[in-house]
Design a protein around this ligand. Structure first.
Ligand SMILES: Nc1nc2c(ncn2[C@@H]2O[C@H](COP(=O)(O)OP(=O)(O)O)[C@@H](O)[C@H]2O)c(=O)[nH]1
Ligand SMILES: [Mg+2]
Length: 444
């Protein structure tokens, strides 16, 4: 059984559910949307250690033994064999830790268990992929977290916030790329709370986490649905935009993988026709994720023509998710805007019943600079969401808050690595835990 990331439910009761039939684009009546329920914060009965042990046993019992695995699928453990294309082939093998190491009850596992248990999940239903991803996310945000948590604890632990303390927190947040607007909002909320009552450090951090989650979830009060998945049985078109090098093509490969694993019929349109290598690169990802790529081999092909062909192919095949790769030449802004608008017109004309999402890919390592670029796309591409990439590298995780605050768009996926499994749906709860939790304290 493969794990279905599109059916995974975050932050609520932990019940895996089918994606709802609600539209994924902002509906006209924002009031109809219910934000996700707040996760439970009480530790599971029997303590987190027992929860984690049960989860581990359950995962191990579901894992096929090595002999069976090699007998059934000899290629399962080997890295996918794809032609070498320098632009996409990272220097490290594009594999996640799960393939490399057997699963053990270590600090990372315990932390992941705690995060899953806090969302009301039962240990028997947890999948290894979830544990692996949470560990990766925690690792990716490790530097930012270590810079933040200790100092924050020291400051908020001193009781009511004085001017110096506020300035220090402000500094910490700005250094973590949270941005001025979101920082102001966080500081104001913290001050109000701490003025009312002197909070112990733990409670102050818990309150801070809540403030951050509220910022990240704010778009769900503006008409965006908390659940985000392609709708089954009909054509969904996801237009993937963003500046060159932010990770669009890589993200498309990872999304295609999630889609096929989750049982969707998927197709990719190679509409970055500007560079010859771009089509080759997207084809490599198509091979990795076992998804067909519609491309036009001619030189300087019109990207809108590729999209036109791809929609035709999608309609003929009953494709459910069409992922459109696009060019991102910001230096030629007018052309780029025209190109995106033309693609959009073709989609609206040829696939007017399709559910269209326009997702902006942002490189988290660019911090506030990435946000300025985003404005250009917001004008041309009718954006409905953001995908934040490269959270594993030098990125300061706080940029996620700035993105939501400045653009008013929900983050839909986050990328934390170059491997095919290093992109997952975004959960504000898990993100904030990865950003602000101290080392796991095991209460057995
Ligand atoms: N470390 C890291 N690198 C990434 C991530 N996503 C993409 N990349 C790398 O960023 C570079 C540019 O990616 P690409 O998909 O070609 O960007 P595009 O120009 O927007 O299509 C490639 O070397 C990718 O491997 C990520 O989440 N983490
Ligand atoms: Mg590309």
């Amino acid at each position: 059984m493969v794990f279905n990331w599109f059916r995974r439910k975050f932050g609520g009761t932990g019940e895996a559910q089918e994606p709802t039939d609600r539209p994924v684009s902002p509906p006209s009546e924002p009031a109809a949307v219910t934000p996700p329920s707040e996760p439970a914060t009480t530790p599971p009965e029997g303590g987190i250690l027992n929860w984690a042990k049960t989860a581990l046993q359950s995962i191990q019992s579901r894992q096929p033994s090595p002999e069976v695995e090699s007998a059934v699928a000899p290629e399962a453990s080997a890295p996918p064999k794809v032609p070498a294309v320098p632009e996409v082939t990272p220097s490290e093998p594009a594999e996640t830790i799960e393939e490399a190491a057997p699963v053990t009850l270590d600090a990372g596992f315990l932390w992941s268990a705690e995060v899953l248990a806090a969302q009301g999940r039962r240990p028997e239903e947890v999948d290894l992929e979830e544990i692996t991803w949470l560990q990766r996310l925690r690792q990716g945000l490790g530097k930012t977290r270590r810079g933040l948590v200790h100092r924050l604890r020291a400051i908020v632990g001193q009781g009511p916030l004085g001017r110096d303390a506020v300035e220090e927190i402000e500094m910490l947040l700005l250094q973590s790329d949270v941005g001025v607007k979101a920082t102001d909002q966080i500081i104001a909320a913290l001050q109000t709370k701490i003025r009312q009552e002197a909070l112990p450090a733990d409670e102050a951090i818990a309150y801070l986490k809540q403030i951050l989650r509220d910022i990240l979830d704010a778009p769900f009060h503006q008409g965006y649905t908390p659940d985000f998945a392609p709708q089954k049985g009909q054509l969904n078109i996801w237009l993937i935009t963003g500046v060159n090098g932010v990770g669009k093509t890589t993200t498309i490969g990872k999304l295609a993988h999630i889609a096929t694993q989750s049982g969707y019929r998927c197709l990719i349109a190679a509409a970055d026709t500007f560079r010859a290598a771009a089509t080759e690169q997207v084809k490599v990802w198509g091979q990795r994720s076992d998804v067909e790529v519609i491309a036009n081999p001619g030189k300087n092909t019109d990207p809108a023509a590729v999209v036109f062909d791809a929609i035709g192919a999608a309609q003929a095949r009953g494709t459910e998710l069409l992922l459109v790769d696009t060019a991102g030449r910001l230096q030629n802004k007018a052309n780029l805007m025209e190109e995106l608008k033309k693609i959009r017109r073709i989609i609206d004309k040829k696939a007017n019943h399709a559910v269209v999402e326009s997702l902006l890919v942002l490189d988290a390592t660019l911090g506030q600079n990435g946000l300025r670029q985003a404005q250009v796309f917001a004008e041309a591409a009718q954006l409905t969401g953001v995908i934040l990439t490269k959270l594993d590298s030098t990125a300061k995780g706080g940029v996620a808050l700035a993105v939501v605050q400045e653009l008013g768009l929900p983050i839909r996926f986050i990328g934390a690595g170059e491997g095919i499994k290093d992109l997952r749906p975004f959960s504000s709860f898990e993100f904030v835990e990865a950003l602000l939790s101290s080392e796991v304290e095991v209460a057995a």
